[in-house]
Design a protein around this ligand. Structure first.
Ligand code: HEM
Length: 218
């Protein structure tokens, strides 16, 4: 047996399936956040914190809930395929890892000095990688806590894992806050470096595919 390496051609930086899933996810997240704010207003967690009518999807809590449950299917199905795609194609390994502490410190320093050129679109900096990993985990946590709140009897084990219904609600609320915080930074950065936005729309530059190794009998 010997191992041969075959040139695997090129592909877009952001392949079409990834772009479709990214933008579907953006729509799903916006539906989930704005309809969630409509539901929240009915029974607030932080006294005095209400979301203005203009920011809510649904004119009253029950209508917001209908939007929330509809958006949930898009978020869950699309999110499932995004995770599968990232794992099977090796994209997560290739683009989001490793995350080095020294790189993190250097990127934070550069950002504080307003050096956010992002010249090389083919590599994410350490802060970007960390934020993407955090938001993916927050998305998964939202689905899990959402299930616990939606069906507390069927998922009673899950509810007790969060210390009860209100605990699951609180973690769900904090997950939303993490995702909204991410979105503010994420959208601001993509507008500051519009080449990245264009690449997420059109695919970006062509880059070599990872080399394929095959074992053949000799
Ligand atoms: C709604 C407005 C949004 C805009 C304008 C936007 C824009 C972008 C852009 C430009 C990139 C590429 C970054 C680069 O090449 O440096 C990107 C990647 C990414 N975005 Fe967004 N995004 C949005 C919403 C979201 C949401 C809601 C999430 C998740 C909660 C999200 C998660 C991600 C992730 C995980 C990546 C990395 C994808 C990968 O390479 O595998 N984005 N986004």
């Amino acid at each position: 047996m010997k191992t041969v390496e075959t040139a695997a051609g090129t592909r877009r930086l952001h392949p079409l399936p990834l772009r479709i899933m990214h933008w579907l996810n953006a729509v799903a997240m916006i539906v989930m956040i704005t309809s969630g704010w409509g539901i929240y207003n009915d029974s607030v967690i932080i006294g005095g914190l209400h979301f203005a009518h203009a920011l809510r999807l649904g004119s009253w809590a029950a209508e917001s809930l209908l939007w929330h449950l509809a958006g949930m299917w898009l978020l869950m199905i699309n999110g499932f395929f995004y995770l599968l795609y990232g794992l099977v194609t090796g994209r997560f390994r290739e683009r989001l890892f490793p995350i080095g502490i020294a790189d993190l410190v250097q990127t934070v320093r550069d950002t504080l000095h307003l050096r956010i050129a992002h010249d090389d679109l083919t590599r994410y900096n350490a802060v970007q990688k960390l934020l993407y990993v955090v938001v993916v985990i927050a998305g998964i946590s939202q689905v899990v806590t959402g299930m616990a709140i939606w069906k507390p009897v069927q998922f009673s084990g899950l509810v007790s894992l969060f210390g009860g219904f209100q605990g699951a609600r609180l973690v769900h609320f904090l997950g939303m806050a993490v995702i909204v915080g991410f979105l503010v930074v994420h959208v601001a950065l993509s507008l500051l470096v519009p080449r990245t936005l264009w690449a997420m729309l059109a695919g970006g530059p062509r880059i070599p595919r990872p080399v394929r190794r095959r074992r053949i009998a000799t």
